[in-house]
Write a protein that binds this ligand. Structure first.
Ligand code: HEC
Length: 148
């Protein structure tokens, strides 16, 4: 019951509108402050994020051994030196905003009209919902900033 309530609460949040300036999103989504430890746990959790399908990352967990990490894209070590928080936020929220051909899934789309909605074919409770909530996205950005 509690789990069901928690699930419906997290599904009810919906996408938060964000504004890109240049190649970044300067303001934290929904004004949330990120927590780097929670971000590391999310990145290590393949059931939730799938980052490790394509990237290598310095995270630990039963599903995160280096041998099972992907090599389709970058090693996320050093991401905090390559990019500012604003640049990281846009790259994780919507990589396709910068490169429409990017294979990296959009994690927090700001588009909500049905035509552009990449979630149009998922089950009704998930339709129109971001892959990562605003808080989860900020947690991952906070963790990426520590990757130097
Ligand atoms: C299906 C593959 C895939 C998944 C899943 C994926 N990415 Fe990416 N990511 C890419 C590719 C490819 C790029 C290179 C940019 C492009 O394609 O335009 C990239 C770029 C990035 C970059 C900027 C490049 C760098 O390393 O400095 C960051 C940061 C990043 N991804 C983080 C993440 C995080 C965090 C997740 C999980 C929430 C994730 N990615 C999930 C494929 C993926």
């Amino acid at each position: 019951m509690i789990a069901a309530l928690a699930l419906s609460a997290s599904l009810a949040t919906g996408p938060v509108a964000w504004v890109a300036v240049g190649d970044g999103i300067p303001e934290p989504l929904g004004g949330h402050r990120g927590d780097a430890a929670r971000g590391a746990a999310l990145v290590a959790d393949r059931g939730k994020t799938l980052c490790l399908l394509c990237h290598q990352a310095a995270v630990a967990g039963p599903h995160a051994p280096a041998a099972l990490q992907g090599n389709l894209s970058t090693d996320l070590r050093g991401a905090g030196t390559r990019w500012t928080a604003a640049q990281l936020r846009l790259r994780v929220a919507d990589s396709r905003h910068l490169n429409p051909a990017s294979p990296m899934p959009t994690m927090h789309a700001r588009r909500t009209d049905a035509q552009d909605d990449a979630t149009a074919r998922v089950g009704a409770p998930w339709r129109g919902q971001p892959v990562l909530s605003a808080q989860e996205l900020e947690d991952i950005v906070a963790w990426l900033e520590t990757q130097r």
